[in-house]
Design a protein around this ligand. Structure first.
Ligand code: PMP
Length: 349
């Protein structure tokens, strides 16, 4: 463990505009929060919640048009990553991971002592479906993990590309759809019907704006869910988190409105960044944009932070050296970011 590092997100002092974690810029409306407080008053806090939050499991099943026994709810999708790592892998088992992808996957797979095959991206940073399918087949991977749209690039795979990797794999394929609400390609949920080796991972942290409630879930074949339940810790979803998610699921209008506002922000940010001299942008299908400028990424990150704007330096990913990632904010936050960027780049002379 001494050679490993923690998952830490920097939070410098004096930040007014926080655009570094792909969160939703919209908190729950005050009326809904009051409703939740009233509901909280009814909750028996001395009692354990059930092993799985059944009401939420049913509501999510209805939302996704699947059976409740195809769903496993967790304390954020991160917790479920741990669970399938524990359940599926013995030390030395082959696992295929594309790069650059959400860093937690590589971290958890290394903790499980998996034998990793890393597949580099194409020139445009998109995942290389041919290479992934070949790697999964040749290594007889027990597990292959894909994220679409991907964090940190914002790029989505097509359904054909996903199916190509799934068909080539004798092991499980996890498709992380954390940003599915923003994805014009839509969900890969239909793959579940014909391919029992597919697991789809979702979170309520992004489009639903509930990162603080810690809720994620898995969609899979019921037999897979049954086995994963044996590896997981019980009681991971507390009663208040369940109530919160149920209240938001009853408000699809609210989510749709917010998702379309975030999509509009992405268009605004992308166009504004493209118009700046020397700035290059990766086209995003998620709620954030990755870009590079003539300045070193750490210099620019510091200059933006000095102006109260926090973005993420992508330098930790070797493929994205020199890139920064900015999450879609409110209109005011986007403008504050763009103004701070303009001034910071001019300062470079
Ligand atoms: N998957 C991806 C691809 C992500 O980018 C993130 C958050 N950054 C997560 C999962 C984490 O989701 P959760 O908050 O549900 O643990």
């Amino acid at each position: 463990m001494r050679d490993r590092s923690e998952y830490i997100v920097d939070m410098p002092e004096g930040i007014d505009v926080k655009l570094n974690q792909n969160e939703s810029p919209f908190d729950l409306p005050a009326g809904l929060k009051q409703e939740l407080l009233d509901a909280h008053a009814q909750v028996e806090m001395n009692r354990y919640p059930s092993e799985q939050p059944e009401a939420l499991r049913h509501a999510l099943a209805e939302y996704d048009g699947v059976d409740p026994d195809q769903i496993l709810v967790g304390n954020g999708s991160n917790e479920i990553t741990y669970t399938f790592g524990l359940a599926f892998l013995d030390p030395g088992d082959p696992v295929v991971l594309p790069r650059p992808m959400f860093s937690l996957y590589e971290k958890v797979m290394r903790l499980q002592e998996a034998d990793l095959t890393i597949v580099p991206p194409q020139d445009d940073f998109g995942f290389d479906a041919d290479a992934l399918a070949t790697a999964a087949a040749e290594t007889e991977a027990v597990l292959t993990i894909l994220t679409t749209p991907n964090n940190p690039t914002g790029l989505a795979m097509t359904l054909d590309e996903l199916e190509q990797v799934v068909t080539a794999s004798s092991g499980f394929v996890v498709i992380d759809e954390a940003y599915v609400e923003f994805n014009p390609e839509g969900t890969a949920i239909d793959l579940l019907e014909q391919h029992p080796n597919v697991l789809i991972l979702r979170t309520l942290s992004k489009g639903f704006g509930l990162a603080g409630a810690r809720l994620g879930y898995l969609l899979a074949h019921p037999a897979v869910v049954t086995e994963l339940m044996k590896a997981r810790l019980p009681f991971m979803v507390d009663r208040f988190a369940e109530q919160t998610a149920l209240a938001v699921l009853r408000r699809p209008d609210l989510i749709e409105d917010r998702v379309s506002r975030i999509e509009a922000s992405i268009t605004t940010l992308t166009e504004a960044l493209q118009a700046m001299e020397g700035v290059e942008v990766v086209p995003s299908q998620a709620n954030f944009v990755v870009f590079t400028t003539p300045l070193p990424a750490d210099t620019l990150q510091d200059r933006l932070a000095d102006r109260g704007v926090l973005v993420r330096n992508m330098g930790g990913y070797p493929e994205l050296e020199g890139y920064l990632r900015v999450s879609a904010g409110t209109e005011e936050e986007n403008n504050a970011f763009l103004d701070a960027l303009d001034v910071s780049l001019e300062e470079a002379g």
